[in-house]
Design a protein around this ligand. Sequence first.
Ligand code: PEP
Ligand code: CO
Length: 447
Amino acid sequence: MTSWHPASWQSRTAQQQPKYPDPAALEAVIAQLSRLPPIVVSWEVEALKARLASAQRGDAFLLQGGDCAETFQDCESDQIARKLKILLQMSLVLLHGLKKPIIRLGRMAGQYAKPRSADLETRDGVSLPSYRGDLVNRPEFTAEARIPDPQLLLRGYERAALTLNFVRALIDGGFADLHHPEYWDLGFLKHSPLQDAYQRIADSIADSLDFLESVSGRAIHESVTADFYCSHEGLLLAYEQAQTRFIPRQQRWYNLSTHLPWIGMRTAQLDGAHVEYMRGISNPVAVKIGGGMDDAWAQGLVTTLNPQNEQGRLAFIHRFGAKDIEKHLPRLIRAVRATGQSVLWICDPMHGNTETATSGLKTRRFENILKEIELAFAIHQEMGSHLGGVHIELTGDDVTECTGGARGLTDADLQRAYRSTVDPRLNCEQSLELAMLIADRARGGRR
Ligand code: PEP
Ligand code: CO
């Protein structure tokens, strides 16, 4: 490895970085962030890596989910608890269907920075810098709001810590205890066509636990209280760098702002700053891959980001779209194989299936999301590979942003409760239904 340090990315081209008008103010904030305590700790990061290694072997399954972009305003207790609940419910359903431990990875507690396709946004002839997420600037369309503000890095760090603190307290308090799946009830289920099916799964798990405990004569704790990890797109490298620490006990560098940072599709250039930064940290890292990625690029990512072929270190999150997955996934599985190394394969069925409804709103169809996951399972199986997880954009709220699902939401419903400022998310009911259908297909119910 040529010499790496937390700032070595600065000698490379960094895509998607804001232009701060006052570099000294940015430096002062970075210095402050570098002294603040970490949000996660190295042994949790290593524990996640070990669990991802088991998903890579096919012995566990990863559920990664959350908002496309968290906002500072949504950092409040009900929102966080609802998001945690839907993720726990989905994991319960997946556990029951897949008969494998489920690794829960929130797309939360730090998912505040967004890549944009254009640097400028133009409205009525006025052009302003694009909104890049709450970590960078503000969404209102005024010159003032769109100026990148380094103070927002501190506000984001604080909200990430507040969010994870609450999640940890809920989990420690038994919120995720499989002995009490009734705690995980969501109000919406009372009127949902899915309620009976979900209740049967929860009861069946409670019965299995009772049975095991009466046979073994002791309470089952191991892997019963769920652990929960967090992840975000590691986009803003100054922020990530400030939270990068050398841990003497491990003799390795870690990004302690999150358990797993990922590189987005737009910033995954082999000679770019993001790959340079990620190659030196010991966290598990992921890269989003799409149809535009050729074999040599994917192979370069494997050898650069995981030269020792450490298991659980590198995940590829594929997002081709239901239409294109058959064209690209097999070739990329072969390309990775040709390196003699392996990765954890995760299917993101959201970002390749985005379309614009006639109203102009961005949406995704439930049937395409499900189809891409089904195809991913089938392709991995045919090729003797494992689909190790799914990556879903969802919310615990009852929004109408994606169409389809058990309630048959249509384009006309989108207006009713469309709240996302970025990508359309599955609502709580659609998320649970998706988990049920994945579990169903995994039990052999393939069409
Ligand atoms: C995202 O995950 O919200 C995103 C921007 O994805 P991608 O990098 O895959 O386009
Ligand atoms: Co998104």
